[in-house]
Design a protein around this ligand. Structure first.
Ligand SMILES: C[S@@+](CC[C@H](N)C(=O)[O-])C[C@H]1O[C@@H](n2cnc3c(N)ncnc32)[C@H](O)[C@@H]1O
Length: 369
């Protein structure tokens, strides 16, 4: 149900949902626990943001000194450029500022900068944020925002889901550190998976229990199915979201605790493994491991595992060989069935018939030196 709604939001090009402060805090803390200097002396850019709505600017501004930031830059996208319009009234923060401009408020983006104690309070925080209108609408693809990207060391945001691919390419072409929210489906994209395989991009610490709750403008609630939108909190729940990053965190270096193949055959909590063990694929040289907790610790060949493995992936423990989408030999299946049978996936033999499986990651254990 939740994924259906994420797709519905994508179709409607509704990119207007906002990350919660606590999720940003938990995620950033995971990097600081690993390395307290992750952001020290760095310029952080928060594009696709809007401090009057978004919690990213608030979090980074409030924690400016703790993180040891050099500079914080946040840009917002003009309301007239948004594909999805919700009722707009400039906030008092904007209208009461001397630089408020009626002719710009709807069509220009804004830039917020924090790099010194502007109000002389003795500390650098949210109250020192300086803002002005951008020349353009704040589109991340504009030259104006590109220049800010080039100036930054780390780019952090929840970008528009409808432009996720383009946004990631935009970050990568400038070779920047990043921490961005996206849909798990992006793992399978042809321009994303090779980066995962090469350990140039990985999943972040993650949302609590894999559920991401975003706030939305109250007018958009009718687009979400019952149970997904909570009217009490104005939050929508997406089950399929994660953080993508190239910043290191501790969880990805914790190896999975696994049983040997023999132990799994005897004691696995999955009946399927106890009954049938591990089947070899028909159309790929590897074995099927349908559950992450049933990965045998002592198997040296290639294993196909669910995509959700990525959330538990420790690069010191396993190497990613590829994805069923690229590795499955469909000619074997065509021969067996005498017809085409959809996109490339791995198959196992069951009761004399080839059985189609879900997408799989092919992995191999790393030998301990
Ligand atoms: C998913 S929302 C997240 C907002 C905020 N970063 C947060 O997480 O709270 C994405 C935001 O990007 C804005 N946006 C859409 N297209 C954009 C573009 N081409 N350039 C910059 N921002 C854009 C949307 O209007 C929306 O406010």
């Amino acid at each position: 149900m939740a994924n259906k709604d994420l797709n519905a939001a994508k179709r409607a090009k509704n990119d207007e949902f906002y990350t919660q402060y606590s999720d940003i805090q938990t995620e950033v803390n995971a990097y600081l626990e690993f390395d307290p200097d992750t952001f020290r002396g760095k310029t952080v850019l928060l594009p696709c943001d809007d401090p009057e709505w978004s919690k990213f600017t608030r979090f980074f501004a409030e924690n400016f000194e703790r993180l040891g930031l050099k500079k914080l830059i946040s840009t917002s996208y003009a309301v007239e450029s948004k594909k999805y319009r919700t009722p707009y009234l400039p906030t008092l923060f904007e209208t009461e500022a001397p630089q408020f401009d009626e002719s710009k408020t709807r069509v220009n983006g804004k830039i917020f900068v924090l790099d010194h104690d502007a109000n002389g309070s003795g500390r650098i925080d949210l109250d020192d944020l300086q803002w002005k209108y951008l020349d353009g609408d704040g589109d991340f693809r504009s030259n104006e925002v590109k220049r800010l990207r080039d100036e930054a060391d780390v780019i952090v945001t929840n970008p528009p889901f409808s432009l996720f691919r383009e946004f990631l390419a935009w970050v990568l072409e400038a070779d920047k550190r990043f921490l961005i929210v996206g849909s798990m489906n992006a793992i399978k994209y042809k321009d994303v998976f090779p980066l995962i395989k090469e350990n140039r991009l990985w999943l972040g610490n993650g949302f609590a229990n894999g559920n991401a709750f975003f706030s939305v403008a109250s007018g958009t609630r009718t687009e979400y199915a019952e149970g997904v939108y909570d009217s009490g909190s104005n939050l929508v729940k997406f089950r399929n979201c994660c953080w993508f990053t190239n910043l290191d965190h501790g969880r990805r270096h914790q190896p999975l605790q696994l049983m040997t193949m023999d132990e799994n055959r005897k004691y696995s909590r999955h009946r399927e493994i106890r009954d049938a063990g591990y089947r070899h694929y028909i159309n790929f040289d590897g074995i099927e491991v349908p559950f992450v907790d049933a990965i045998p610790s002592d198997y040296d060949g290639v294993m196909g595992v669910p995509i959700s493995f990525l959330d538990k992936f420790c690069p010191e423990q396993f190497e990613i060989v590829g994805m069923s989408l690229d590795l499955a030999d469909m000619s074997v299946i065509r021969q067996r069935l005498g017809r085409n049978d959809g996109g490339p996936v791995f198959y196992i033999e069951k009761d004399g018939n080839p059985v189609r499986l879900y997408d799989r990651l092919a992995i191999r254990r790393r030998k301990t030196p």
